[in-house]
Design a binder for this molecule. Structure first.
Ligand SMILES: Cc1cc2nc3c(=O)[nH]c(=O)nc-3n(C[C@H](O)[C@H](O)[C@H](O)COP(=O)(O)O)c2cc1C
Length: 190
């Protein structure tokens, strides 16, 4: 059974991204996956401080910062598929999601002979984005950012789900076509 860990990078627990992600995870669950969702906003998560302590710890994340990432590292290591779900903010992912992505640096061990050794190599990665603008008002760039991370990780990129031109969470909850598309995307992640 595939184990999916999803990270919600929106500041709104019941916002557009949460609604879409919930349907995606419902699809994945119905298709047999074990799913868990982590709401990043409000967690004690500090930006990467580039101390490079992690680079001297070979087989573990080895991050020097003690905050809620400690638990997240374990969840990522145990998962088969990582879903990064974010609203598009200023043509990129949200700040909450960016912290998570930067802090994943410690899964890469750059100073070893085979550069880099990646502790989370071959895991699946999927992108979920919601946007107020169209697909080319930043969602395209945010997709690219996550795809680059996936490529750097030698991950199995499982695709992206982009919900563009969204208005309010109430409208999104009523958009049955969008929610069905999300559900089907989730089924394919299992
Ligand atoms: C600070 C901020 C920046 C935003 N920047 C963009 C943007 O660059 N491109 C875009 O298409 N939408 C942008 N939006 C709209 C959000 O991406 C959109 O409303 C999203 O669905 C919100 O998701 P949420 O309810 O999960 O937070 C922005 C919204 C905010 C609040």
């Amino acid at each position: 059974m595939a184990k999916i860990i999803a990270f919600l990078g929106s500041p709104r627990k019941k916002g557009n991204t949460a609604t879409v992600l919930e349907r995606i995870l419902a699809g994945a669950r119905d298709a047999g996956a074990e799913v868990e969702s982590v709401f990043l906003h409000g967690m004690d998560l500090h930006p990467c401080q580039e101390c490079l302590v992690c680079q001297s710890v070979p087989d573990e994340p080895g991050c020097a910062i003690t905050d809620d990432m400690s638990g997240i590292y374990g969840k990522v290591l145990e998962s088969d598929v990582i879903v990064l779900a974010s609203p598009v903010f200023c043509w990129s992912v949200s700040a909450q999601m960016k912290i998570l992505m930067d802090r994943m640096f410690c899964f890469f061990k750059f100073e070893e002979p085979e550069l880099p050794r990646i502790l989370i190599k071959d895991k699946g990665i999927a992108t979920v984005l919601t946007a107020g603008g169209d697909e080319f008002d930043g969602a395209d760039l945010a997709v690219e950012v996550i795809q680059r991370l996936a490529r750097c990780m030698s991950a199995d990129y499982r695709g992206h789900f982009v919900a563009a031109k969204l208005t309010t969470p109430d409208d999104v909850r009523k958009d049955e076509a969008l929610l069905e598309r999300a559900y089907q995307f989730g089924k394919r992640l299992a």
